[in-house]
Design a protein around this ligand. Structure first.
Ligand code: SER
Length: 646
């Protein structure tokens, strides 16, 4: 394949590798008196307003506001970043979640003149990008701030130096939106910016212009951008590769106020620059991703461009494995909260896309080593961490694969019995919510299933319905919590309450796992809870196999991890029996009983039982359990002991 030679680092003297691009960039600015600052952790320190470091300026905020930086007023670095808001776009030829930003800063030192000259000098003379494929935008004025005519003058001179006239509306565009700010809170910094765009047509874009051959799309008079809006809209042809922000405003209670400082904050995406430099129309064919794609080709025995879905899934995996490795390298563990949840989502999406490619096991383990090899020159700790990352990802992958396999069967069953009218965005959102509540099955993965089954759906509509259901559920569980408190929850120890809920989950899980292969009914015979463990007796003819115990444990732990709500309803005995809630058949109940259920609604619940309570509000309050002992305590009765692992 043509890419092989272009991507093997350094083998082709014409093509710079990403490593060389970084080295040349740092070198260029160091020669201009910049000091290199470290590439810091993705987890923001002393700043909890954002989940991840999303630009190189992130750690510099105090210095951009006047605090003296120990290394001076000219700084440069390469910084790993995550922008998770682009996750839905990953799969096309240019979007990624993790990327590296080349950055340089002037802390009230040089300003527009030097900055703009240097950017273009670096792009054209060092990276050898083509001036005729380069376009510029500048701030067009907004909210009382006037348009940036100074930058225009400087840019005209720069382009003229390469023999190009920079006429406004042709190669240069004023844009009111050319303003960058990290956030919107009081104290945030912002300023007008000047962006660099480069012509890099995607495979599909050529078809838009009758004058072009799809194999060799060229920038001709027909395909030149016609307006600022045109430039922005045709983002699969013109790619932003650098942004010089003139940070000189601070947000106050009364709006943006000019500071005394005139800072420069430049950022350029390394992976995108590699596309230009390595002459690829696909970011995944650059050396930042290609080795992963190659490995995927070997594993799946499919070629990357076999068909659009294969390409898309390989891209998703290649992006997500890189992001996962970087996150885990910085100490993130998969969990249900914040950064941990992002890592979990990435890994789950890898498993899902792997399944579409026919990979049913160990995808992450196969790929971690490739990413480590690619980036250990930049992150030397990675080599040492490789085996722990592999173990971490393998465990997460195996756990999710179980849910995925179970859920896939459910999804298929659901689609088989659905008619056209059941496939509206609203109905599908409802179904997604049921799957989410009962199995912890993420709605984004369900959407992926629908796509694979050829069900087209308005995803925005779907999401708004899904969000509404989630919101309603949150309100409901808050009310549930208030009610339970009135019921005298405080009299119980917290741990025994947790074990009580875990007992319900265990009961349902045992029935789910054992009844499938057995004639006998699995019914509760007794239960006993201490602060250290739960004990559960039930009818069954034999001791459980090791594999059955593991399956039961995994099912309980999946539900715990899914964070399902726990609620109850008080209802007439007959209605309660009708719901299918578990109860003792030989026990006398009153006319009205309380049915505790784990899940969003009584109908869709994972577990429902006649019970007086109390229980936790949400299974996420529990820890994963382990079944550590079993005994046969009489004819047809088995006793299990289980405890929380943490
Ligand atoms: N902070 C600006 C950006 O993220 C430039 O680095 O685009």
């Amino acid at each position: 394949m043509q890419q092989d030679s272009a991507n093997s680092e350094g083998s082709d003297s014409k093509m710079l590798s990403s490593k060389e691009i970084i080295e040349k960039y740092l070198d260029f600015y160091k020669k201009r008196d910049h000091k290199e600052i470290p590439n810091v952790s993705l987890l923001p320190k002393e700043d909890s307003t954002l989940l991840f470091v999303n630009s190189g300026m992130f750690p510099l905020v105090p210095y951009l506001m006047g605090e003296p930086h120990p290394m001076g007023t000219r700084l440069v670095n390469v910084q790993r970043c995550i922008r998770f808001e682009d996750i839905e776009e990953v799969g096309d030829n240019r979007h990624t979640t993790a990327f590296h930003m080349l950055g340089n800063w002037s802390l009230n030192d040089y300003f527009k003149e030097e900055q703009l000259h240097w950017v273009y000098e670096f792009f054209w003379d060092v990276l050898r990008l083509k001036p005729e494929k380069t376009f510029a935008t500048v701030f067009g004025g907004r909210d009382g701030a006037s348009k940036d005519e100074i930058s225009v003058e400087i840019l005209e001179e720069i382009f003229r130096g390469k023999g190009l006239e920079l006429k406004e509306g042709e190669r240069l565009f004023y844009l009111g939106s050319n303003w960058w700010q990290r956030g919107d809170a009081v104290g945030e910094l912002g300023g007008p910016d000047s962006e660099v765009f480069y012509y890099v047509p995607s495979e599909d874009s050529a078809s838009r212009h009758s004058s072009q051959s799809p194999d060799h799309p060229e920038l001709d008079s027909e395909s030149m951008p016609k307006s600022a809006q045109d430039l922005e809209e045709r983002e699969d042809e013109f790619m932003e590769i650098g942004n010089s922000v003139f940070l000189q405003y601070v947000k106050t209670e009364d709006g943006w106020e000019q500071m005394e400082m005139q800072n420069v904050d430049f950022g350029g995406g390394l992976e995108r620059l590699a596309m230009m430099v390595q002459e690829k129309s696909d970011i995944f064919e650059t050396d930042n991703f290609w080795p992963v794609i190659q490995r995927l080709q070997e594993l799946t025995k499919k070629t990357y461009k076999a068909d659009p879905e294969t390409t898309r899934h390989m891209r998703i995996i290649a992006d997500h494995i890189r992001a996962s490795v970087f996150l885990a390298m910085d100490g993130v563990l998969p969990s249900n909260k914040d950064q941990g949840y992002i890592l979990r989502r990435l890994l789950r999406r890898i498993v899902r896309s792997g399944k579409s490619l026919g990979l049913e096991k160990d995808i992450s383990v196969e790929l971690v080593g490739i990413v480590v090899k690619m980036f250990s020159w930049l992150y030397p700790d990675l080599t040492e961490k490789q085996s722990s990352l592999e173990a971490l990802f393998a465990e997460e992958e195996a756990k999710f694969r179980k849910t995925l396999n179970r859920a896939s069967r459910e999804v298929e069953r659901f689609l088989e019995k659905s008619s056209e009218k059941d496939l509206s965005a609203e109905k599908l959102a409802k179904q997604a919510f049921t799957f989410y509540q009962s199995m912890g099955y993420p709605e984004e993965i369900f959407l992926e299933d629908l796509r694979e089954h050829g069900v087209t759906i308005d995803t925005a509509d779907f999401k708004s319905h899904f969000d509404k259901l989630e919101q309603r559920h949150k309100e409901k569980s808050r009310k549930g919590a208030a009610k339970k408190f009135e019921g005298g929850l405080a009299a119980h120890s917290e741990t025994t309450i947790k074990y009580h809920t875990a007992t319900h989950l265990l009961h349902t899980a045992l029935r789910a796992v054992l009844e499938a292969d057995s004639e006998t009914d699995v019914a509760q015979k007794g239960s006993n809870i201490t602060d250290e463990r739960l004990r559960f007796d039930f009818s069954f003819t034999r001791k459980l196999e090791e594999s059955e115990l593991k399956e039961v444990e995994a099912l309980v732990n999946d539900v715990i991890e899914a964070g399902l709500p726990v609620n109850f309803e008080v209802m007439p005995l007959e209605d309660a029996v009708e719901t299918g809630a578990l109860h003792f058949f030989d026990e006398k109940y009153g006319d009205k009983v309380k049915v505790y259920y784990v899940g969003e609604t009584l109908e869709s619940a994972f577990s429902k039982e006649f019970c007086g309570g109390p229980h936790v509000e949400n299974t996420s309050e529990l820890f994963p359990i382990e079944i550590y002992k079993q005994k046969k305590i009489g004819k047809g009765v088995i006793r299990l002991y289980a405890r929380f692992k943490e």
